[in-house]
Design a protein around this ligand. Sequence first.
Ligand code: ARG
Length: 408
Amino acid sequence: MSRIVLAYSGGLDTSVLLKKLVLEGNDVIAMTANLGESDASTALATGGASGDPAIELQQVREKALALGATDAIVIDARERFVAQYVTPALRANAKYQGVYPLSAALSRPLIGALLVETAHARGADTVAHGCTGKGNDQVRIELAVRALDSRLKARAPLREQPLSRPDAIAFARAHGIAVKHTAENPYSIDANLWGRSIEAGILEDPWNAPPEDAYAWTAAPEVRPREADEIVVTFAGGVPAISGRTGTEMITALNVLAGKHGVGRIDMVEDRVIGMKSREVYEAPAAVTLLLAHQALERLVLTRDELRFKALCDQRYAELTYDGLWMSPLRAALDAFAVSSASRVTGDVRVHVHQGVATVAGVRSAFALYEASLATYGHGDAFDHHAADGFIRLHGLPLDLVARTANA
Ligand code: ARG
């Protein structure tokens, strides 16, 4: 018997797990992290008026206690998630394989850190999670745990003993665990304020278009507003604000506004860390809008060399985040680079959201390297056209040399 801190979502798998660990005779502390999932879902369902995510989280806590947890804690980690994970990822334009904004991938190292901190506070020697052996999330949680305290034991009971969905449901029924009707629940969902991922069911065939019922944060084409909305994102040193709002509050509001226009739907076949390909559907209205705006501002204020080099760093940043290496020295070093280049990323970006698409409509900054008198084709051209002649001769000198040998 040991004292175990379990990452508990309140869903079927982690509830079955919790019960199993209790039946094994362990002293189990359930830890639930609030990463803004229910803010987004509730706000969208009610058209922007805030529902009560606090009640939902309270119910998760009570469920854990009813299943025999010694204690159940809910940690509001929303601002920490935004400040320490989402903001650096935005600065690095982090999109895995060029598209996925890494919502689940960014949350797992934080969940790992919260497990370790809770284990230390409660004198537990083991942490546990509900990931199976075939996904990315087990890697991300456990690498974070090892980086922070390699002496802690990490258990993944669903990897030790895989459990089919029918068996999980049968076990749940036998032990009085409430199970939502599976017909209402045909997908596997993971969500936080940076995005929602939808897997399994009919989506497992990549030829099947995602049915409308897979989406919860983005409006279907028929119900999107006819008129576009304009959003002005103001960046200060790479950190965004909209109408004076920042952090969780801004991201939640943007999920609603961009989501209403159907912005942020992503459907891709992606390469998992453990080697297989999987079909993933995401909706990330705020992430897609902010990443677009951030990159547009970078193009205005960074030099060509910085942009070229940063694109390489950004790609590595996304890969290592996806691969569970968030706590690695390389991530810290790439962050230092991104923080340095972000010192000029201050200014405004005008984004239009309309019919499923976010489009940049304008950029401005006190640090803009764009110079109208150099770029103009009109009057007042300040560009020295004669200088281009010498430039072309020297720039092309190696080509002249090669051409000479070809004619020899
Ligand atoms: N494929 C995505 C990723 O690896 C989403 C994973 C979602 N996690 C989940 N347990 N459903 O980041």
